[in-house]
Ligand binder design. Structure first.
Ligand code: IPD
Ligand code: CA
Ligand code: CA
Ligand code: CA
Length: 269
């Protein structure tokens, strides 16, 4: 993608994500419709839908040739990575949004011919915007994030994962995962994949592992993590396909390697 074109799209996307966040913040205490999708804990609200529609309307009127892949179904039916695709999660962390009214984000990853060009993750209630453009670094509220430091060990790391890894699960033997959390310095569960990616990019989490995520959960985060020298793969260490749902493991390169080799591989089912 041409640099000037990218800069223009970045500035536009940034103004839209801030505006959409502002709209959500202004109505955070207003009543909303809450429903569920695949199971009673898989929540969706009228705000997820209206935020997604906000982006669809903006993108379709300003960039009619661009395509949109998004969670709540207002986007396009995308089969290939051709062209420019906006991959959007209007609210990542809907459970937090509903029950905590914080710890959620808007996530936008913009891909051109399959390459991640622009990533934006907006922590709405804290008004913190993470951004990245390919080859130009990652930023937190306009401040450049330093490359991840070398010489980081698992014993001094905090790993993002949920308690479900410690219960019997179809992917990795829970005893190996228990060993992993006992070896790491600490573990955290934030409940927003986009924010957990942003925390890896910021260097406040050394890894984040999850059993299954969709394109909109990871599209922006992968660009951010990549810009600071982190890596993102599936649980088998393979490259992620930006259009497919898969297991996801992102992190500091040294910690990622250690966890894959000494733990995941040992317990992989
Ligand atoms: C969810 C969040 C959550 C992750 C789930 C995602 P949503 O996204 O990122 O942290 O564990 O797998 O589906 O549904 O709140 O946008
Ligand atoms: Ca959802
Ligand atoms: Ca999500
Ligand atoms: Ca969502």
């Amino acid at each position: 993608m041409d640099k000037l074109v990218r800069e223009e799209i970045f500035n536009t996307a940034k103004s839209w994500i801030l505006e959409a966040g502002n709209i959500i913040r202004n109505k955070i205490n207003e009543p909303m419709e809450i429903g569920s999708k695949s199971n009673p804990n898989d929540l969706v609200t009228s705000v997820d839908r209206s935020t997604e529609e906000y982006f669809v309307n903006k993108i379709k009127s300003k960039y009619p040739k661009h395509l949109l892949l998004s969670e709540e179904g207002f986007g396009d039916n995308i089969q290939t990575v051709d062209g420019t695709i906006w991959i959007i999660d209007p609210i990542d962390g809907t459970m937090n949004f509903v029950q905590q009214k914080r710890n959620f984000a808007i996530s936008i990853g913009i891909y051109h011919e399959g390459i991640g060009e622009i990533g934006l993750i907006y922590n709405v209630m804290e008004d913190i915007l993470y951004t990245a453009t390919r080859g130009e670094g990652a930023y937190k509220n306009g401040q450049k994030l330093p490359p991840l430091k070398s010489g980081v060990v698992l014993e001094e790391s905090i790993v993002g994962l949920t308690h479900l890894w410690l219960c019997e699960n179809p992917l990795v033997d829970e005893r190996v995962m228990q060993e992993l959390v006992q070896t790491a310095r600490g573990s955290r569960t934030y409940g927003s994949a986009a924010l957990e990616f942003a925390y890896v990019a910021e260097g406040v989490l050394e890894g984040y592992l999850t059993m299954s995520l969709s394109p909109w959960d990871i599209a922006a985060g992968m660009i951010l993590v990549n810009e600071v020298g982190g890596v993102s793969t599936n649980l088998d260490g393979n490259v992620l396909d930006i259009l497919k749902r898969d297991s996801v493991f992102t992190g500091h390169p040294e910690v990622h390697k250690r966890i894959l080799e000494d733990f995941i591989k040992k317990g992989r089912k």
